[in-house]
Design a protein around this ligand. Structure first.
Ligand SMILES: [Zn+2]
Length: 163
């Protein structure tokens, strides 16, 4: 399942990428571009723009779309996950939140001069983005992201248990 997010949904796009989903996001994209990319590239459109959906509904039906109402990215993420039944565990941290590239594990020695020394000495496993080259490692930032996701998914489960 692949997505394209409208200009209002930058944070949602990042978090879906953190879960491992392929999400195109360009803050400068015009409506026509979004719709054309959704149709030609087989992507589901995530949008907050009701007018866009009304205007292009017929085209958007081909691959599907989700019209989000909340301004809060946490609610948007929960709604997207629930709506499409997304896998929230198995592909975390496989994609670059910045550019949507895929992360590839790289030998420790190859990142020696690309990360701060204390990071290099404290970690053994590193990955880099195959598109923008950014280096990632399982450090405190990674743990914070995972903790934030776990918290969010606890809420999601509780919510669906109650409804
Ligand atoms: Zn990247």
């Amino acid at each position: 399942m692949r997505f394209i997010a409208d200009v209002m949904l930058g944070k949602l796009a990042r978090w879906l990428r953190i879960l491992g989903y392929d999400v195109l996001y360009d803050p400068k994209a015009e409506d026509e571009t979004l719709v054309a990319l959704a149709v030609n590239d087989g992507r589901i459109l995530l949008t907050k723009d009701r007018h866009l959906v009304e205007r292009w509904r017929k085209k958007l039906r081909q691959n599907g779309y989700l019209l989000l109402t909340s301004d809060d990215w946490r609610e948007q993420l929960k709604e997207t996950i629930a709506h499409f039944g997304l896998d929230i565990q198995n592909h975390r941290m496989t994609r670059c939140p910045d550019c949507n590239g895929l992360l590839e594990e790289v030998p420790k020695e190859s990142v020696r001069y690309k990360v701060p020394f204390f990071v290099f000495s404290a970690h053994n496993r590193f990955a880099h983005c195959n598109r923008c080259g950014k280096v990632y490692w399982a450090g405190s930032h990674y743990e914070r992201m995972n903790a934030a996701l776990d918290e969010l998914f606890r809420e999601l489960r509780n919510h669906s248990d109650n409804s």
